[in-house]
Design a protein around this ligand. Sequence first.
Ligand code: SAM
Length: 286
Amino acid sequence: MAWYSLTVDIPEDESELAQSVLYEHGAAGLEVRDSLNQTVLTVRAPAKGEAILIAYFEDKQDALDAQEELTEKVAGSRFAVEDVVERDWSTEWRNQIKSVTVGRLWVGPPWEKPTAPKDKVCIFIEPKMAFGTGDHPTTSLCLAAVDTFMEKHPGASVLDVGTGTGVLAFAARKLGASRCVGIDNDVTSVELARECAQENGIEGVELSTKTLPGIEGKFDLVLANILANTLCELAPLIAPKVNKHLVLAGVLVPQAEEVTAAYVKCGLKHAGNATIGEWIRLEFDA
Ligand SMILES: C[S@@+](CC[C@H](N)C(=O)[O-])C[C@H]1O[C@@H](n2cnc3c(N)ncnc32)[C@H](O)[C@@H]1O
């Protein structure tokens, strides 16, 4: 069956009105991206003060009628109607997952086990409801930094803030980290990270939903791949945990200055950047 999507960029305070118009015209499903529903890194985020609504319709005319009503009712809304190509998502999503090789590390899905390179340190991540299959630029940037640091500091202690699937903590552990802690404020992520550790036969990584003040001591390497605004908020809690080196990601190039300033203010020394496309990795020394 063919589906049609109507994407509406709209002032955020008109979002509820627009949602009811979309449902009245028969929307079968609705995705809302706004300041309350934090946008994942891989999709287009709304402009400041705006929301993005994506409504799915069986009948294209319903989508066009909804667009017409919203044009009349809400000034400043912008629209796109698109055909949604029906695909077998039960298998097709697998094609979207790419394995990555970063330095000594290889990260990929379990079904690539038979072809995973024998000369790399391999981590298998089953893509589920947690961020961190390795192929996102922010994760790759961090994996490269983990590889470099662990090569120079074998046996270092490592803290991974916002661990998601646990991928960075696992990489550090497999490359010889001693104490290795991964924390995330999302319970599901931590459950999945624990499963992932087990499936990879990785022991000794402390995974929990503890907050930073609940974690004792300092760590030679601290990693945090979270969004820029969260990194700025967490700076006074993350900076005191750094014994040697801090790696931040999840930051877009235009946000780098603000995030850097927040950590320099907390006493760390800026020690370099690296970018992949629009994403930047920031590094600091204690
Ligand atoms: C972009 S993902 C990074 C996952 C993984 N570390 C990687 O590099 O691929 C960010 C993670 O940070 C978590 N997170 C967001 N805000 C947080 C906070 N204040 N404290 C701890 N974790 C947080 C999210 O739940 C998510 O799992």
